[in-house]
Design a protein around this ligand. Structure first.
Ligand SMILES: NC(=O)c1ccc[n+]([C@@H]2O[C@H](COP(=O)([O-])OP(=O)(O)OC[C@H]3O[C@@H](n4cnc5c(N)ncnc54)[C@H](OP(=O)(O)O)[C@@H]3O)[C@@H](O)[C@H]2O)c1
Length: 382
């Protein structure tokens, strides 16, 4: 029986993880469920999974849950408690699915404790990829991607010589605006940006898909996960979201992984050991899909993809700044404080103002992250 802690249990990835666990009660049990404020959803999850501990990082939410719950479960609050349930000796696997750079401390604690870590939180690698992967090597932790593209790359690389890889190509749906003229995007609303054509996801990542910042973050994630230089990494538009990534080898062979777009597929891949388990996703019927299309990414339409090339060629501080400025600009757009078309220019302006330096400790990560957030606020108010 694998004992699991879910960080971000009430979110989109968290709920899909619960779905997978409920399908295999003989294999998985919950040690701890962690979320921020949504204690009502947590109440439901607690009765489904009966965890030993629940952490609400928001103290008021922890109190409200304590008053409402009747199950014999320990309820704690704060990020230190989230860290404690990620490194606890009873835990075998941690699903790292909080959103944003808030997810880093607990995921890193799990890695340092040598756990198997299903990594959905891409911001961990974007902000601290070097430290995170080194900590995994030092502690012997298995970091398994919970992103459809990276799980696909992982599967296309297993059993193959990594030095023979010539290109790793991540597919991108292109989001809700892929066929729109860029000049028509000035007035789009958060609701339009969040309505993703193929995937059902949290609000922040859905907006990141519309700007293609999500793909930019994923390219940086791939660089650290697979120890690949930026020159070997690229993205291609694939509107059907059936092929999740392609790995090209020196002999010209290209291996791809295909599945219906459903996050339970990479989740089950990260959680299973040697045997494939049912995930609950629909079977892929290629005759029904009919056509699989691919086209080059237009950098005029998606300026984030041009920007990330410079970020990947620079030092670690640029990835931290890009991520932090994006979190601020993405949230401001969702709060109707800036236009959709301002998101990338705000990040570019922040990037033009920050230092281009290597980063080798967490204090630097937090200080550069903070600096970029302050700059992003200033740029937005100019
Ligand atoms: N959704 C996808 O299909 C998908 C695919 C690939 C990768 N990812 C990545 O997976 C991560 C989660 O995405 P999502 O779409 O599942 O997000 P989401 O639906 O917005 O859920 C976010 C989760 O994080 C929790 N959370 C937020 N801030 C927190 C804090 N300070 N302390 C503790 N918990 C906190 C939330 O708790 P409350 O509900 O209590 O606020 C919620 O459980 C992101 O990094 C995203 O990039 C997502």
């Amino acid at each position: 029986m694998m004992k699991v802690t879910i960080l971000g249990a009430t979110g989109s990835i968290g709920l899909s993880t619960v779905d997978v666990m409920m399908r295999h009660p003989d294999r998985f049990s919950a040690y701890a469920l962690v979320a921020h404020k949504n204690w009502q959803k947590m109440l439901e999850l607690a009765s489904q999974l009966q965890p030993e501990v629940i952490v609400m990082t928001d103290p008021e939410a922890a109190e409200a849950l304590s008053r409402a719950i009747t199950l014999p479960v320990r309820i704690e609050s704060g990020m230190d408690a989230a860290i404690a349930v990620s490194e606890h000796p009873d835990v075998d696997m941690v699903m790292a699915a909080m959103v944003g750079s808030a997810g880093l401390p607990a995921a890193l604690a799990a890695v340092r404790a040598g756990k198997r870590v299903g990594l959905a939180n891409k911001e961990c690698l974007v902000t601290a990829g070097r430290l995170f992967m080194q900590a995994a090597i030092d502690a012997g932790a298995d970091v398994v991607p919970v992103d459809s593209e990276h799980a696909a790359v992982h599967q296309a690389m297993v059993g193959h010589d990594r030095d023979s890889v010539t290109r790793v190509i991540l597919t991108a749906s292109g989001g809700p605006f892929r066929d729109r003229d860029p000049s028509s995007l000035h007035d789009v609303t958060p609701e339009e940006a969040i309505a993703h054509p193929n995937w059902s996801m949290g609000a922040k990542i859905s907006v990141d898909s519309a700007t293609m910042l999500n793909k930019a973050l994923e390219l940086i994630e791939a660089r650290w996960l697979f120890d690949m230089p930026a020159e070997k990494l690229s993205a291609i538009i694939h509107p059907q979201s059936i092929v999740h990534a392609l790995v090209e080898y020196r002999d010209g062979s290209v291996l791809a992984q295909l599945a219906e777009p459903d996050m339970r597929s990479p989740i089950v891949y990260a959680m299973q050991a040697h045997q494939r388990l049912h995930s609950g996703i629909p079977w892929l019927d290629l005759a029904k899909v009919g056509t699989l299309e691919f086209r080059a990414v237009d950098e005029l339409q998606f300026p984030a993809m041009r920007m990330v090339q410079d970020v990947m060629r620079g030092e670690d501080s640029l990835s931290i700044a890009m991520n932090a400025a994006n979190e601020v600009a993405n949230e401001a757009f969702r709060g109707r404080k800036i236009r959709f078309t301002r998101i990338v220019p705000v990040i570019e302006e922040v990037l033009s103002k920050v230092k281009n330096i290597p980063v080798d400790n967490l204090e630097m990560v937090w200080s550069l992250d903070h600096e970029a957030r302050v700059l992003a606020q200033e740029v937005m108010h100019d």
